[in-house]
Design a protein. Structure first.
Length: 147
């Protein structure tokens, strides 16, 4: 977590393969003037490389929050969640599962793997960006995150 002008800011890692959802998240950050840095990777393999600072992500900063889709190529979100929560260097990073799935099994498995929250993505643009605002307000302003 960086300190910019006396206020704490965290990098946010968005793990999302849908370009439309990436665009809406970026627009929500801009609309609500969210000053946290948003990093985006498009699949589960890239997510783990980013988090472990492997290869092209060797200079990546450790995110203070992960927004994780479940429906990802190469390694799905539940596999990513299991991997990062079993890694002592990564397990303290809060993870918000942000996905289209409303399946009870996905919700139960996400919490069993220690997700901090499970949110079904609204399809409506205004509701979607409001969800991003609320996530920001709670996880990046209200709660205290580990360094």
């Amino acid at each position: 977590m960086a300190d910019r002008g006396g206020l704490a800011f965290a990098d946010v890692l968005l793990v999302e393969d849908d370009p439309g959802d990436v665009l809406m998240t970026r627009e929500a950050f801009a609309h609500y003037q969210i000053r946290n840095t948003l990093h985006v990777v498009g699949d589960g393999e890239q997510a783990m490389q980013f988090l472990r600072r492997d290869g092209e992500y060797s200079g990546a900063s450790k995110p203070g929050l992960i927004l994780l889709d479940l429906n990802l190529p190469r390694r799905n979100g539940l596999e990513v969640l299991a991997d990062l929560k079993s890694d002592s260097d990564l397990l303290s990073i809060p993870v918000v599962v942000l996905t289209t799935s409303q399946a009870e099994e996905d919700i139960l498995r996400s919490y069993a793997l220690h997700a901090n929250a499970y949110i079904s993505k609204p399809v409506d643009f205004d509701r979607f960006i409001d969800v991003i605002r609320q996530i920001n307000k709670f996880f990046l302003k209200l709660v205290q995150l580990p360094n």
